[in-house]
Design a binder for this molecule. Structure first.
Ligand code: NAG
Ligand code: NAG
Length: 983
């Protein structure tokens, strides 16, 4: 031994021994300390903040955040740093924690690759790296960890093949494997000689895996849960495997390209094998183009069977009545197949059924009246079939029914008055049938709970509009068009204060257009065309701040109109066929010119009028709030809490008086937007600071209190360049407002639907950049915030643009703060105690057209719901179609509409998008093919995000990354090829 070496090792000894004097450390714990410190140095997101205790030198490692030691307190056995917003890479030195049995770094922002050195952690039983942004391959070394039971690498950016060692190393104790939501390719390497004896749960959904479901899975006789949804597998449904796995509970094989036995003609062998599974609960086989018939052996499956998804296949024949043996069934989805025959009345024996979807088949015959006995039924969708006869009277027993969709059938008869007893209805769509008679008053009176829409259009209804319609004060849309309705439009309709869409066109309505209709505060679309309406068009309509579409054509309206206010964007198309109308809309007959002195008198009158109106307005605002206060809607306790809220925000004080001055007394000329719970005014503070003031409408009572608090809670917790930041909050019992910086470029809505030009004034690059900003903001809310936030109301009007067109997400009025549960248990719990609000106030999360389908079915808000809304947003941007309009004109969601074209012929949509967004070509510009490719990718992303099944939708992080790549490409097309941006 040379002197040098000796000197070095004795120096080492000194270093090691030195701290022992101070603490209980020994060589082993020092070794672990060094490994942890090296791990910390790989974290670049302010480790002090999250791992505070790690850097205080005196503290023993066993007391560090997230660290658990063995009983001797000399070695780390558990490192649990999930959900701490850590950014950085995973240090290879972690492999020195030789006794580590649990490593959980889930839900952080770790990037780079998974160090192969982790394969040295021979004691490891749990490895959880889910929800990070890890790249590269899964190291084969992980597969040789012989004690590993739980392996979760899901929701990362992993590529390549699954290492064989994982599935085929002879000594595996793996019981739970989750590799979902990556970009893994190749076959599932569970070769015939391999055994995963202990496997209970295998999740591989959302990858690019090919090949068959391995037969060797039959050796995993304890298998309970198999999910390979959304891969490109091949071969037949795994009948032989299922035969050997009697404990199977959850089997998810949707969107996998698997086929039925005997050349895709026979489902029976598969269902016969399932008979062995005595605990089966869920079977999902949607979207596989499966052929054959639904075998009647389905009735022999376990009575534990509760959920069946067979939608989007090619199944034919009739629905076997034996299905009614499955007495614990809750959800039956057979929609979009080729089923014929009639609906088996035996279904009614399944008392617990909550949802029945049989739409888009070729079912014939009458709707069995026995369906009325299914007392828990919440959703019944029989639309798009060939059903005959009338709506059964017995539906009056369906007291839980929330959605009834019977559109596009051949139903006749009248609307049974007893239907009014379904007092929980949110959506009723009976359109495109041959239903006749009057709209029964009893029915409408019972439907005051209808919160989404009532569609009775394209039937043979006659008689007057029932006054009781006015009781639907939460309804968003009413479509009674193309019937034979007569009489006058009742002014009471003005009480449907939430109404955004009203279509009474194609009837025989008479009389004037009542003033209160124009005052509906959220009205966007009003179609009264092709009736016999007379009189002048009420000024209230022109003054409406929300109205964007109006069709009054083919009536007998008279009088003069100007091109002001809401009418500024309208063309003659909205008014044609009214011979008595004149005015300044291009194409319209000009009116007889007023003489000058008329104008002068008018101006004087206006002046005299205007000043008192202003005072009156402010007076009313205050007075109304005072009454509210007396009515003790907000008690004194609330005040102090709100006061706390404001203090916690620690923002500058701006008095009510200053806000009045800044906004001209909340003058309607300062109004820049309105939402369900209030209005937004623009204003200028002293010192020229431009602000937007969101005033919560005191008329909404306790709801605004809730909404205001929620928004405060969220704003308090969020800091991100793509989320709006509050300047201050004003809160007193009678006045609640939030003050934001004014965004000079308005909302995305105003750019998508500009008032003057014919198309959006944004380029594709700008739109991609806006989408990217929104995705970043939302990803922050979902994954990075200290408390997870679900926005719940993503739509163009909630996206604001600052001076350099950076997008900021706003309006957290109905956002949810959630915690607990993985993404899979999307039904995350609300931590504010306000969730009870939702049912009582009838407030569905979000805006019609953007709401995820599962929300209507009793699911709680989830990040996947936001992804759905985001997908709708992308599709809306690219098609230039509002989701609500598609819903009412085409009878389907925007997702379905685009999807149909996607499988059919997408070219027209692409061409149109190209015309609207692509800039004129320049030398370094892309060919139109490159542009098309980008549009195509965005459409695909939109479609993926709006899939019906929440678990199929990508995570927000993935969406953000995907759009970011498109953005990079657009910014620098020469350095990247398009292959880089494909999904
Ligand atoms: C460290 O943890 C031990 C055991 O949990 C405890 O007794 C001790 O007080 C802790 N030390 C410090 C400095 O927190
Ligand atoms: C990994 O962690 C997530 C939460 O961070 C959890 O939902 C999931 O169940 C864990 N996976 C395993 C296999 O324990």
């Amino acid at each position: 031994m040379s002197f040098c070496t000796f000197a070095r090792s004795s120096f080492l000894c000194l270093v090691i021994l030195f701290p022992v004097v101070y603490g209980e450390d020994n060589a082993r714990s020092l070794n672990d300390r060094a490994a942890l410190l090296s791990f910390m140095s790989g974290i670049d997101s302010d480790p002090e903040k999250v791992l505070g205790s790690w850097s205080s030198s005196g503290l023993h490692i066993c007391n560090w955040t997230g660290v658990t030691c063995n009983s001797a307190r000399d070695q780390v056995v558990k490192l649990d740093l999930g959900r701490r917003s850590l950014e950085g890479t995973i240090s290879v030195e972690l492999s020195n924690l030789s006794s580590l049995s649990v490593l959980d770094l889930s839900e952080n922002f770790f990037r780079g690759s998974i160090p192969a050195e982790l394969g040295a952690l021979s004691m490891l039983t749990h490895l959880n790296l889910t929800y990070n942004v890890l790249e590269g391959n899964i190291p084969a070394e992980i597969g040789f960890l012989s004690h590993l039971e739980y392996l979760d690498l899901s929701s990362n950016r992993l590529v390549g093949q699954i290492p064989e060692s994982l599935f085929c190393n002879g000594s595996s104790s793996l019981s739970n494997i989750d590799l979902s939501e990556n970009s893994l390719t190749g076959k599932i390497p569970l070769w015939n000689h391999c055994k995963l004896i202990g496997l209970k749960r295998l999740q591989l959904w959302s990858n690019w895996l090919v090949g068959p479901i391995p037969q060797a899975l039959a050796n995993s006789t304890k298998l309970k849960w198999l999910d390979v949804t959304s891969n490109s597998l091949s071969g037949e449904l795994p009948a032989a495997t299922v035969d050997k796995t009697p404990q199977l509970q959850y089997l998810y094989l949707s969107y996998t390209n698997l086929i039925s036995q005997n050349g895709n003609t026979d489902l029976e062998p598969f269902f016969v094998s399932l008979v062995n599974c005595s605990n089966l609960q869920t079977l999902e086989l949607a979207g596989n183009n499966l052929g054959g018939q639904l075998p009647s052996v389905i009735g022999n499956l376990s009575t534990t069977f509760a959920v069946l998804h067979l939608e989007e296949n090619l199944l034919s024949g009739s629905i076997p009545p034996s299905i009614s043996n499955l007495v614990n069934f809750t959800f039956l989805n057979l929609s979009s197949n080729l089923f014929n025959g009639s609906i088996p009345p035996e279904l009614s024996r399944i008392g617990g059924l909550e949802r029945i979807c049989l739409s888009n088949n070729s079912l014939t015959g009458e709707i069995p009246s026995a369906l009325g006995n299914i007392s828990h039924l919440g959703l019944l969708d029989l639309s798009r079939n060939k059903l005959l006869g009338s709506i059964p009277d017995s539906f009056s027993n369906l007291s839980q029914l929330r959605r009834l969709m019977l559109y596009e059938n051949n139903l006749s008869g009248t609307i049974p008055p007893s239907l009014g007893k379904c007092t929980n209805l949110e959506i009723l769509d009976l359109s495109h049938n041959k239903i006749s008679g009057m709209i029964p008053i009893e029915v409408v009176a019972g439907w005051s709970s209808l919160t989404l829409y009532l569609n009775l259009s394209s039937n043979l209804l006659q008689g007057p509009l029932p006054l009781e319609l006015s009781k639907m004060n939460m309804i968003l849309a009413i479509d009674l068009s193309s019937n034979n309705l007569s009489g006058a439009i009742p002014p009471q309709l003005g009480s449907c204060i939430a109404l955004e869409y009203l279509n009474l066109s194609g009837n025989s309505l008479q009389g004037p257009l009542p003033l209160p209709i124009g005052r509906l505060f959220y009205l966007r679309v009003l179609d009264l065309s092709s009736n016999h309406l007379v009189g002048e068009i009420p000024e209230s309509l022109q003054a409406s701040p929300t109205l964007t579409e109006l069709n009054l054509s083919f009536n007998n309206f008279s009088g003069s109109i100007t091109k002001d206010g809401a009418f500024a964007t309208l063309t003659i198309d909205s008014f044609q066929g009214n011979s008595g109308l004149c005015g300044s809309i291009p194409g319209m007959t000009t009116c007889w010119k007023k003489r000058k002195h008329h104008l002068v008198i008018l101006q004087i009158l206006l002046l005299l009028f205007l000043t008192p109106t202003l005072c009156f307005f402010v007076y009313r605002l205050r007075n109304k709030s005072k009454r509210r206060h007396l009515a003790a809607s907000f008690g004194a306790g609330e005040l102090s809490k709100d006061e706390q809220e404001r203090k916690q925000l620690e923002y500058p004080r701006i008095s009510y008086q200053q806000l009045i001055e800044a906004t001209n007394g909340f003058n309607s000329s300062s109004l820049i937007g309105s939402g369900r719970l209030g209005h937004v005014y623009k204003g200028t503070l002293k010192g020229n600071r431009r602000i937007a003031v969101k005033v919560f409408d005191p008329g909404m009572g306790v709801e605004i209190c809730t909404s205001f608090k929620r928004e405060c809670q969220v704003l308090k917790r969020t800091r991100h360049r793509n989320l709006i930041r509050v300047i201050t909050a004003c809160s007193s019992p009678e006045f609640k407002a939030l003050v934001f910086p004014l965004m000079p470029n308005g909302s995305l809505e105003t750019h998508l639907y500009p008032s003057h030009s014919s198309g959006p004034n944004l380029s594709l690059a700008q739109l991609v950049s806006i989408c990217s900003d929104v995705a970043e903001g939302v990803a922050y809310l979902h994954h990075h915030c200290p408390v997870r936030v679900v926005h719940c109301d993503l739509k163009p009007s909630n996206i604001l643009l600052d001076e350099d067109m950076t997008a900021l997400v706003t309006d957290f009025g109905i956002a949810r703060l959630v915690k607990g549960g993985g993404e899979d248990e999307a039904i995350t719990r609300t931590i504010d105690s306000l969730s009870t609000m939702d049912s009582t106030a009838g407030l569905l999360y979000g805006s019609f057209g953007y709401i995820a389908p599962e929300y209507g079915m009793g699911k709680r808000s989830s990040t996947k719901g936001d992804i759905y809304s985001f997908g709708v947003l992308i599709l809306e941007i690219l098609t230039g179609k509002r989701p609500t309009d598609v819903m009412f004109h085409q009878g389907s969601s925007l997702h379905e509409w685009v999807k149909r074209r996607y499988s059919d012929d997408l070219e027209p949509i692409m061409e149109e998008a190209l015309l609207r967004f692509a800039p004129p070509p320049t030398p370094r510009n892309h060919s139109s093919n490159a542009w098309k490719q980008i549009i195509l990718e965005l459409i695909e992303l939109g479609l993926i995000c709006t899939q019906n099944s929440p678990s199929m939708r990508p995570s927000t992080l993935d969406v953000a990354l995907e759009i970011d790549r498109l953005k990079q490409y657009l910014a620098n097309p020469t350095t990247l090829t398009l292959e880089d941006v494909s999904c």
